[in-house]
Design a protein around this ligand. Structure first.
Ligand code: PLZ
Length: 473
């Protein structure tokens, strides 16, 4: 049995900045050897129809046991996943361009994360940080404070899901400012809980029949260059800030909450100047500017956080998804004086910052730094943009190609118009699924195909997935 001193030394080495014993090699490893799931052949291979017989059987069990309200994109059940593939229970190997909706950024079941989880789980799986705290939680907060933009004093708090992080960011902003109004944007998505449904723009499927929604939420125009290209980012921002002034009053606004690249809304990248002007307005009016980086954060876009492209330092930032390679964990990070404005006991939750999830997050962050995930996301963008540009030349119903890093999308329209073509998006994604490529749709109009490959995918698999896409446009 370990002595307390030994246990402490082990914990210290696991959690201290650098965490050199989480991953065996501290130097950037060769992608081909270390990033791909160790035992999973990195190939697309279909051995049955999609779905296969075992998946159909499980789909039937699912229908009998699981609420019909829980949606589903593909009717295949997973056996294992890693690198750039998902292997289903019938033995089909599918190319993964979804990463479980931007979660498994460093690759599903990354060996360093598996190691961290299996080292933490036998020590303890839960104590509740609010009852008897543990070092992993503090270490994750230290990493968030270090990695998020800005060199001001920061503090963090941990939660279980993106929606919970957004809810808590709003609570903190209200407590700090003593104000109530929250400003959000057209096409924005922030979650499925009652407050975050109010913050979310789209009715179906997120809000329909679930009202009444929380009050004091105001939706402003979003810069959407494909659809409002004749206006600059600053012009759309001025339109939004004028509405805020006239319809709410700057002095009543607690927070401006925005995704720097909208996720569910269809990977809308606002025009240059839009986010900067909103952030300047927030500063001038004592409003907390919150960047929701739940989908765009943690190296997904080729930067740690997408807001960095706009040279904006947010007052608060929400994170989840890519932070812990699939373990449920979310964070709110903000200026220390804001994060400390809440009375003791005002923030928390039984599971927030679960120790196993924290161990996974520390390992994931270490992998992102040592394997230089931002560079890999940039490489993926270069490869994919070249292919998507070529496809757009041959297929005029691709109206727009947008996004950053490994967060790219195409918007499908009636050729030569802005008329959304949701039918094409649905047809193409179904065809890709049938040929073993996992793609996701998005967008207010349902006409966007989004691509979120794990950064551990090989160039060969990416090309093969894009071949399948091109053949089905
Ligand atoms: N904020 C920007 O992208 C989650 C939702 C999928 P949770 N996006 C995927 C679905 O259909 O439910 C998301 C996001 C942004 C908040 C959230 C919410 O994060 O972890 O799903 O609660």
């Amino acid at each position: 049995m370990s002595t307390p001193v030994e246990v402490h030394a082990k914990a210290e080495s696991l959690y201290s900045v650098g965490m050199t014993d989480v991953v065996d090699s501290p130097t950037a490893p060769d992608h081909a050897e270390t990033l791909f799931g160790p035992d999973i052949p990195q190939v697309r291979s279909l051995v049955t129809e999609i779905p296969g017989p075992r998946s159909i059987e499980l789909m039937n069990r699912r229908s009998g046991a699981v609420s019909a309200g829980v949606g589903g994109t593909l009717p295949v059940f997973v056996d294992r996943a890693g690198g750039g593939v998902i292997v289903d229970v019938d033995g089909n190997s599918l190319i993964d361009l979804g990463s479980g909706i931007a979660v498994t950024t460093i690759g599903n079941a990354h060996p360093a994360v598996v190691k961290a989880i299996t080292e933490q789980a036998p020590r303890f799986t839960h104590t509740c940080f609010m009852v008897t705290p543990y070092e992993g939680y503090v270490a994750v907060c230290e990493q968030l404070n270090r990695l998020t933009p800005g060199d001001h004093a920061k503090k963090s708090a941990l939660f279980n899901s993106g929606a919970e992080a957004v809810e808590n960011a709003v609570k903190i902003a209200r407590a700090y400012t003593g104000r109530q109004a929250i400003v959000v944007f057209e096409h924005g998505y922030h979650g499925r809980t009652n407050l975050t449904m109010a913050l979310t723009s789209k009715n179906m499927p997120y809000k329909h029949s679930f009202g009444p929604f929380a009050p004091e939420v105001y939706r402003m125009p979003m810069s959407y260059p494909f659809r409002d290209g004749r206006y600059t980012g600053a012009e759309v921002a001025t339109w939004a800030t004028t509405k805020m002034d006239k319809e709410i009053g700057g002095a009543n606004i607690a927070a401006i909450l925005i995704e720097p690249i909208q996720g569910e809304g269809g990977f809308i990248v606002p025009a240059t100047g839009f986010l900067k002007e909103l952030s300047d307005y927030a500063t001038a009016n004592g409003i907390v500017f919150i960047s929701d980086e739940i989908q765009s954060g943690f190296c997904r876009t080729g930067q740690w956080f997408a807001i960095e492209f706009d040279h904006v330092v947010p007052d608060m930032i929400t994170t989840a998804k890519g932070i812990a390679d699939g373990m449920p964990l979310a964070g709110v990070t903000g200026r220390a004086e804001m994060m400390d404005a809440v009375h003791a006991g005002g923030l928390g939750g039984t599971y927030g910052g679960n120790p196993v999830a924290c161990a996974a997050a520390l390992a994931s962050i270490h992998v992102m730094e040592t394997e230089d995930s931002n560079t890999r996301a940039q490489q993926i963008e270069t490869l994919m943009r070249a292919r998507l540009n070529a496809m757009a030349e041959a297929h005029p119903h691709i109206g727009d190609i947008r996004g950053r890093g490994a967060m790219l999308a195409i918007e499908l329209v009636t050729p030569g118009t802005l008329e959304p073509d949701a039918e094409a998006a649905s047809r193409i994604s179904k065809a890709c699924h049938g040929e073993g490529v996992v793609v996701l749709s998005a967008g207010t109009f349902g006409n966007v195909l989004r691509f979120l490959p794990p950064l551990s995918i090989s160039d060969e698999l990416l090309h093969e997935a894009l071949d399948v896409l091109a053949a089905n446009l």
